[in-house]
Design a protein around this ligand. Structure first.
Ligand code: SF4
Length: 225
C-alpha cells in the first residue's frame, strides 16, 4: 500500500530530488521520537496527527539489521574536467550522480585501497597522479545502512582517462567541473561539494591577500632610499 501511494505521489521528472526531500523531511521535521507537528506543513492532512497516534505510528515490524559500509570517493581533477557516475541498483540513491567510488564492508587504509583491483583498474591509464584526503569517515545513517564516506581529491595529469571496472557502480562520464551543479547528487556528495568549494574559496581569498601584502611590501621596499 505504501509503495503504491508513493508511486502515485512521486514527481517522475525529479524522482531523485523527491527522494532527497522525503529523507530530509524524515531527518529534520517528522523525526521518530519527537516530530515537530506544531509547525508541520502537512499537519492538516496527516492521519497520525488527526487521530492522535503520532507516538504509535508507524508500527515497527522487527528491527532491521543495520550494516556498516565504507565508501571511498575520488574527486578526480584532470585539467578543468572531473568524473561522475550515475548510481545504479535499487537503493534510495538510484539515478543520482556521484564521484567514482570504491565500496567495502570493512574500513580500508590508503595502501589497501591502492591494492584493490577496482582502484588499480580505475587509475591504470594515468601517468601522473596525486591524492589528498579531504574528508574522512563522514557518517550517514540510512534505515538499513550506516555509511562512512571518505573523499580523496585526485589531481591527475592530462594523459590517460579513468576507467570503471565491470562490477563497479556505473561507467564514468567526464564533465567540465563547473557544470557539476547540473547533475543531481545525493546528500553525502552535496555535503562534500559545499565544504570543498567553500574551503577552496577561502584559500583563494587567503592567497590573494598574501599576494597583495607581498606586492605592497615590495613596492614599499622599492621606494626606500
Ligand atoms: S504532523 Fe504528521 S507528518 Fe507532520 S511532523 Fe507530525 S507526524 Fe510528521
Amino acid at each position: 500500500m505504501f509503495t503504491e501511494t508513493a508511486r502515485m505521489l512521486i514527481d517522475k521528472q525529479r524522482s531523485g530530488l523527491f527522494n532527497q526531500a522525503i529523507m530530509e523531511f524524515g531527518a529534520l521535521q517528522c523525526v521518530p521520537a519527537a516530530p515537530a507537528c506544531f509547525e508541520c506543513p502537512f499537519a492538516s492532512q496527516c492521519m497520525a496527527y488527526a487521530t492522535k497516534k503520532v507516538n504509535l505510528l508507524p508500527v515497527k515490524q522487527g528491527k532491521t539489521k543495520v550494516k556498516e559500509r565504507y565508501l571511498y570517493y575520488f574527486h578526480i581533477i584532470q585539467g578543468e574536467k572531473t568524473y561522475l557516475s550515475k548510481r545504479q541498483g535499487k537503493g534510495v540513491w538510484h539515478n543520482l550522480y556521484e564521484f567514482p567510488v570504491l565500496e567495502s564492508d570493512v574500513p580500508l587504509k590508503f595502501p589497501e585501497l591502492q591494492a584493490n583491483p577496482v582502484f588499480q583498474e580505475m587509475f591504470r591509464n594515468i601517468k601522473e597522479i596525486k591524492f589528498r584526503l579531504v574528508l574522512e569517515n563522514k557518517k550517514h545513517v540510512l534505515s538499513h545502512r550506516k555509511l562512512f564516506a571518505s573523499f580523496y581529491e585526485v589531481i591527475v595529469g592530462k594523459e590517460g582517462d579513468i576507467r570503471a571496472v565491470s562490477d563497479s557502480p556505473g561507467s564514468f562520464i567526464r564533465i567540465p567541473e563547473y557544470a557539476i551543479d547540473a547533475y543531481p547528487v545525493h546528500r553525502l556528495m552535496e555535503f562534500y561539494l559545499e565544504n570543498y568549494y567553500e574551503t577552496s574559496k577561502q584559500n583563494l581569498h587567503q592567497e590573494a591577500r598574501i599576494r597583495k601584502i607581498d606586492v605592497v611590501n615590495n613596492d614599499a621596499s622599492s621606494i626606500r632610499p
